[in-house]
Design a protein around this ligand. Structure first.
Ligand code: GDP
Ligand code: IMO
Ligand code: MG
Length: 465
């Protein structure tokens, strides 16, 4: 296993200098800060594309949370890559890619993803992929459990809920919830366990499988076959496994530029999202610290990626959802179909009450507004700016699902630009009404818009400043 040996040298250096002269003590400055890309709505904002853009200047791109529930698209020339577990920066042949300790890893899925992208042109990944030994493993039996888990919960909560029409969560069925549950229950299995004494891994695996089989008697787990399969993974993944905390800090101290690729999004965050219609990790800024072992002082620029309208996959409240022809138009023009599950994404107007809330949680230093081109044909564009509940304007974002589902959204209406912006690369050349739309976002959110997406391709972006 690779270790961050340079970090130890770094400590020696630091201590040496501190003893010689306290004034010379090395300080963390901008060169030791990471740039973070986070989803500011319900996911699929175009994080993959933004990461691809920023990876040009990065030495390392890291994933810090989630698993292969994420689906990040990068379009280079005519090739469309989709990344689920791999950081999108992996297509940059200069970048190392780290799958951090906060990620949950389905190993067969990881190797399938590598193979699929290799066929599309991904090169020399073997020298560049690193996986944290603290990352938890998603086993196959975690995955079908999601369907089973919902059934059991429905049984436990009673048929009454079903009668009320309560829906399932609409998860991606990638085993994310059960794996993070195992992690929190402390019977989860980490990459380090797989690479250590195999007999101990066997014991842990048998124990975990037995727990789930007790919970779900119909669950079929061929424990012996799985153990043979995982034995084969040991040597396959060993070359990529690293103690990622010291590796990353060592890289930062040596001046390497690190980019963090958030997966999922703030409104899917287990603490701050629309619970229980969320994923099982912290996909807001806190997950960057816990998922990579980075203290807050190492966080530099935080880029919030915001679609020019709103989409959501799966169930849960969505105050600005459009269940009409405009919603269909956004879905069709925006090709709003899930990268991971191929489900149609629900579509609605941009919601600035929501964006204000995720700005508080994440502290964006800049925004990237994507898919502005999808609004090209509209004569009028509505934007939700605040919520009312029982006739009162809310000065907070509702935590209660029923309250959020019942809010009345106050909208402003802006004129559209009704011309194609696909070929625009200079902010000043955007139609007046498109600039007004961007300025309106900046005024409400008080965060500058640094990039504007005008198409799916790598170069279809406006760098505003
Ligand atoms: P992610 O999960 O946040 O990385 O986003 P997804 O890849 O799931 O979904 C975003 C989709 O929008 C992808 O198909 C992208 O190729 C596409 N996309 C990203 N930015 C733009 C843009 O500015 N305009 C258009 N038309 N498509 C975009
Ligand atoms: P990216 O990174 C959109 C949603 C699922 C479901 C809920 C819980 O591509 O933006 P899970 O399988 O995580 O337990 O599902 O969260 N979800 C996403 N929706 N984009 C994503 O990722 C998502 N990751 C999870 O649809 O509603
Ligand atoms: Mg996606």
């Amino acid at each position: 296993m690779r270790r961050g040996v340079k970090m130890a040298e770094c400590f020696v250096e630091m201590n040496g200098q501190a003893l010689a002269s306290p004034r010379k003590r090395p300080r963390r400055d901008d060169t030791h800060k990471v740039t973070v890309v986070l989803g500011a709505q319900w996911g699929d904002e175009g994080k993959g594309k933004v990461v691809d853009l920023l990876a040009i200047d990065a030495d390392i791109v890291c994933r810090c949370q989630g698993g292969n529930n994420a689906g990040h698209t990068v379009v280079v020339d005519d090739r469309e890559y989709d990344f689920h577990l791999l950081p999108s920066g992996i297509i940059n042949p200069k970048c190392k890619s780290i799958i951090g300790n906060g990620v949950v890893v389905h190993l067969p899925g990881l190797f399938d993803e590598l193979q699929k992208n290799e066929a599309k042109g991904l090169t020399n990944w073997k020298d560049r992929l690193l996986i944290s030994d603290r990352a938890h493993i998603v086993f196959d039996f975690h995955q079908p459990l999601l369907g089973g888990l919902v059934c059991v919960l429905q049984q436990v909560d009673g048929l009454q809920e079903l009668e009320k029409g309560k829906k399932s969560l609409g998860t991606t069925k990638k085993g994310i919830g059960p794996t993070y549950s195992s992690k929190a229950t402390r019977n989860g299995i980490r990459i380090a366990d797989l690479l250590g004494d195999y007999s101990q891994f066997v014991e842990k695996f048998q124990g975990l499988a037995a727990v789930y089989q007790r919970m779900f008697p119909d669950l079929q787990v061929d424990v012996e076959a799985e153990l043979v399969r995982y034995k084969a993974f040991v040597e396959r993944i060993r070359p990529y496994v690293v103690e990622s905390v010291s590796y990353l800090h060592s890289a930062l101290w040596s001046g390497q530029k690190v980019l963090v690729e958030g997966a999922n999004a703030a409104m899917l965050d287990i603490d701050f999202g629309t619970y229980p219609y969320v994923t099982s990790s912290n996909c807001s800024i806190g997950g960057v610290c816990t998922g990579l072992g980075l203290p807050p002082c190492n966080i530099g620029e935080v880029i919030g990626v915001v679609k020019a309208y709103t989409t959501r996959v799966g169930d849960g409240p969505f105050p600005t959802e459009l269940l009409d022809a405009t919603g269909n138009l956004l879905q069709t023009r925006g090709r709003e179909v899930g990268v991971t599950t191929k489900r149609k994404r629900r579509c609605g107007w941009l919601d600035l009450a929501l964006l204000q809330y995720t700005t508080m949680v994440n502290g964006y230093s800049a925004l990237c507004v994507t898919k502005l081109d999808i609004l090209d044909t509209l004569a009028e564009i509505k934007v939700g700016i605040s919520y009312k509940s029982k006739g009162e304007k809310l000065n907070y974002f509702p935590s209660n699902t029923a309250e959020l589902a019942g809010v009345e959204v106050e909208y402003i209406t802006l004129p559209g630009w009704q011309t194609s912006i696909e070929d625009v690369r200079d902010y000043e050349k955007l139609p007046h009404n498109a600039k007004k739309y961007i300025q309106m976002i900046e005024e409400h959110i008080q965060v500058p818009v640094k990039w504007i997406g005008v198409g799916k391709d790598r170069e279809s972006i406006i760098n505003v400043y």
